[in-house]
Design a protein around this ligand. Sequence first.
Ligand code: ADP
Ligand code: X2W
Length: 260
Amino acid sequence: MQEVLKIFKIGGGIIDDPGQLQQFLGELAKLDNKIMLVHGGGKGASQMLQELGIEPKMVQGRRITDAATLDIVTMFYAGKTNKQVVAGLQAYGVNALGLSGADGNVIRASKRPVREIDYGFVGDLDEQSINTELLQSLLGAGLTPVFCAITHDGQGQLLNTNADTIASSLARALAPFHQVELHFCFEKDGVLADVQDENSVIPQITPDEYQALKAQGVIAAGMVPKLDNAFAALEAGVERVVIENALKINEPVKTILCRS
Ligand SMILES: Nc1ncnc2c1ncn2[C@@H]1O[C@H](COP(=O)(O)OP(=O)(O)O)[C@@H](O)[C@H]1O
Ligand SMILES: CC(=O)N[C@@H](CCC(=O)OP(=O)(O)O)C(=O)O
């Protein structure tokens, strides 16, 4: 029987609120399993870019990342945010290790090719991107890896990569070695049947139900790439995918995605 590995992803909404972040990290520290954490921070990065006079540009949920934007998001994600999360976990006795993709060559990406849109320094991941050997040894040493959304191309170029994509890729790459659970945590209690109604959490969704909910417009905006990624991870051997409130990971209310 393989050991359970829980991979958590938290987004900008929670990270930017120090009280909520602390509460989430406290709940995470209660778990007995091996864990990994991937954090975004897109909301705070956009705010910082604006304060510095750069207008943030997002296309289909991905940031157009020119050289100046890359400098700022690297400082924000790999610096301030990553180190705050690591220090927060240390305060709960969790021996966290903060990583960008360049550290230990843990996530290597390739710059997104220019087609209709030039995304700039945005990195895409593939099957070979994740250094599973290093991750296995870090987990074996009792460390909790904490990833930010910065990767590298192996040629000295840092790249900005969507945090949901990083979490899914980690889950897929580690699925042969562990029973992997992928947890997408945000500010709602799960996937809602009515976005305005916090009590309308859908407990389970199959791929067919997902297609129907998407067609009806029930699932929209940032939730679409998240769930596309999530179902792809399930298909690729990830044991369980959960969408849940970052502050309620130890409570039963959540959405579980099913293979069929
Ligand atoms: N059916 C739905 N249930 C829950 N959230 C939804 C739904 N449809 C759209 N959303 C929106 O998707 C958002 C989550 O996507 P996103 O902002 O990309 O998350 P994150 O930044 O945490 O990765 C929610 O905050 C919500 O506004
Ligand atoms: C290429 C790309 O879009 N990168 C994302 C990385 C951060 C992220 O994914 O943050 P959330 O999970 O909080 O949205 C960005 O810069 O917004």
